[in-house]
Structure formats: structure tokens, C-alpha cells
Write a protein that binds this ligand. Structure first.
Ligand code: DGY
Length: 328
């Protein structure tokens, strides 16, 4: 019997592609070419499965052009690149990579918070530019992390990891807002109190966004939310581009209506709003919150395992949808 045909849509660890080759007829993309949607659709025309990385859009048009496609295994916990309803209607399984990146991403959220509040990249640029000729008492004075109030919007696994770091490691008061309230046990574990979004924005010294991107969470932070924040506050986005109105944020930063921001994700990335590139009080990183070698390997392996287990007939390990009738 012929093996299922799999497309690995972006370059990933070569040994994990080799592992897939033990089970499948694999077309890989070792040169990491960014295919247009039409090129992706052409490659998927004869494929049974695809390993995506979050930058390939899987929608009804693509599914219509890929009649054999049965599973899309995303190497990411977020899956806003999937039109889940279209996939479910077409009988196509979607999977993501939860859990394996939780702690690494929470570490990064904290790193970005600290770099932002303590103005680390701004001061490094100053030093590298040869501008440091004398020490002064208020040079790059930022805001404290310890003892401050951390407001987390989106209290899933990563949000909880950040809450624990803040509360237990830095003695922060943690408040959170989420679609649903955590159990009393989880709130106690995270030392976090549930508040309204408005109260969070008004009271937090540092606001951390960890909410998944959906139509409902689009521009969770826009001009009116920024107006509620303290002028000394920092805003950190490790969630997804589109959760923040980047143009409104750049303006608020330029006018010092909030103190600083740390952004790992952007509207329209890899393009970045030009105004964000010229304001000094923002730390910018290129969507690397889960980027450690062990974690990226764990994500790629989990995506590969989803394909292997699915075609082995046991169902996906970490499904994001439940198609009523699967494609054959
Ligand atoms: C994720 O896993 O969703 C990260 O943002 C990497 O894409």
C-alpha cells in the first residue's frame, strides 16, 4: 500500500523530517521558501497531510484545492491561521502544540517585561552608539517589577505560568481578566485575583497580553484601552498580532501616555508598523517567545507525532476540532 503523502510547509529540524520519512512520502521545504497561497495550494493538491508553522493560512479555498487533505498539524499552540469551521465542515483534522511551550513562553514573557520596564534595549542602543560619556542619577530610570501589580489578560496555561513567576518569584500582586474565571484552586496556585478588564487596565503597573487571537479579541487593546492605563505602565504583547492596535500604541508611546511596551508579535508580521520602529520606548522581538532549541524541537516532534498517530488510525494527540465525518 502506498504511504500517505505529507507536505512540510516550512523548514524544520532535518532529523524530524527524516523521522516523518519513515512513515510517509514527504515533500519538504529545506530552503524555507515562503510559498504564496496559490503555490501552497498547488503543492497540497495531491497531499494527505501538511505540517504548517502558523504562517500558512488554511481556509475553504485552499481545502477545495486539496481534496485529499485530511490533517493540518500546526507547529504552534496558536492556530488562528486555520479557518477551523471550514476545516471541520470539510472533514479535515487540525492539531496544535499545547503544553510543550508553556514554560518557555512564560519565561520569555517575563524576560520581555523586565527588558521593557528596565529599558534594557533602549539603554543598550545608547551605549552602542557611543553616547555614554558619563553616569547620571536618572539615566534610563525605569519602573520596578518586584512589588508592582501585574495584570494578565488571557489566563490560559501561559498566562498562569507568568502569574506564578510574578507572584512567587517577584512578590507581584497579580490580577487577571479572562473569558472565564479560574477555579479557586488555580487562583490560589497563581496567587491571582479576577478583575474586570477595565479595572485591570486602570490598576496594573504592567499589562501582559496572552489571549488567543479570534475575531472577538481583535484590538483587545486600542486607543480607548490605552487611555485607561497609567502613564507609568508598560504593555507586553506575546499573544498575537492584531490583539493590539499597533498604530494606536505607537502614538500612545510617542506621546508618553504609557511608559513603554514590549512586543513579540505584530499586525501584519513580519512587517512592523513603521511608527513602532521610530519610538524609543518599545522593545521589539521577532515572534520568538517559544524559541529555545529544546522547545522548538518538542513543538516539531509533537506536530510530527500528530501526523503519525493520526494516520496510524488512533486519532490526533492534540486536536483543535472534531470533524463529524473525516475525509477518506
Ligand atoms: C505559537 O506556538 O503559537 C507561537 O506563537 C509560535 O508560532
Amino acid at each position: 500500500m502506498s504511504q500517505p503523502r505529507i507536505l512540510v510547509a516550512r523548514a524544520i529540524f532535518p532529523d524530524i523530517v527524516d523521522r516523518l520519512r519513515e512513515h510517509f512520502d514527504v515533500e519538504a521545504n529545506p530552503d524555507d521558501v515562503i510559498w504564496t497561497p496559490a503555490e501552497l495550494a498547488a503543492r497540497l493538491a495531491d497531499k494527505d497531510g501538511v505540517l504548517t508553522t502558523g504562517s500558512q493560512r488554511i481556509d475553504a479555498a485552499l481545502l477545495a484545492a486539496a481534496p485529499r487533505l485530511k490533517i493540518c498539524a500546526n507547529m504552534a499552540v496558536g492556530y488562528n491561521n486555520f479557518d477551523v469551521d471550514a476545516m471541520t465542515a470539510a472533514g479535515v483534522q487540525g492539531t496544535n502544540t499545547p503544553d510543550v511551550l508553556t514554560e518557555t513562553t512564560a519565561d520569555f514573557g517575563f524576560a520581555l517585561l523586565m527588558a521593557t520596564a528596565r529599558r534594557m534595549t533602549e539603554s543598550e542602543h545608547y551605549l552602542r552608539a557611543g553616547k555614554w560619556t558619563k553616569w547620571s542619577y536618572d539615566m534610563f530610570a525605569g519602573s520596578d517589577i518586584h512589588g508592582s501589580t501585574l495584570g494578565i489578560i488571557g489566563m490560559g496555561r501561559i498566562g498562569q505560568g507568568i502569574a506564578k513567576r510574578g507572584a512567587h518569584g517577584f512578590g507581584m500582586k497579580v490580577v487577571y481578566h479572562n473569558r472565564s474565571r479560574l477555579s479557586a484552586e488555580l487562583e490560589a496556585e497563581c496567587k491571582a485575583s479576577y478583575v474586570s478588564k477595565e479595572e485591570l487596565l486602570r490598576t496594573a503597573d504592567h499589562v501582559m497580553l496572552v489571549v488567543p487571537y479570534t475575531a472577538a479579541s481583535h484590538h483587545t487593546i486600542g486607543a480607548s484601552e490605552l487611555a485607561l492605563m497609567k502613564p507609568t505602565a508598560t504593555l507586553i504583547n506575546i499573544a498575537r498580532g492584531g490583539i493590539v492596535d499597533d498604530a494606536a500604541l505607537a502614538l500612545a508611546l510617542r506621546e508618553r501616555r504609557i511608559a513603554a511596551a514590549g512586543l513579540d508579535v505584530f499586525e501584519g508580521e513580519p512587517n512592523v508598523h513603521p511608527d513602532l520602529l521610530t519610538v524609543p520606548n518599545v522593545v521589539l522581538t521577532p515572534h520568538i517567545a517559544s524559541a529555545t532549541v529544546p522547545t522548538r524541537r518538542a513543538m516539531a516532534n509533537l506536530a510530527a507525532d500528530n501526523l503519525i498517530v493520526f494516520f496510524g488510525g488512533q486519532g490526533a494527540l492534540t486536536p483543535v476540532n472534531k470533524p463529524a465525518s473525516a475525509r477518506v
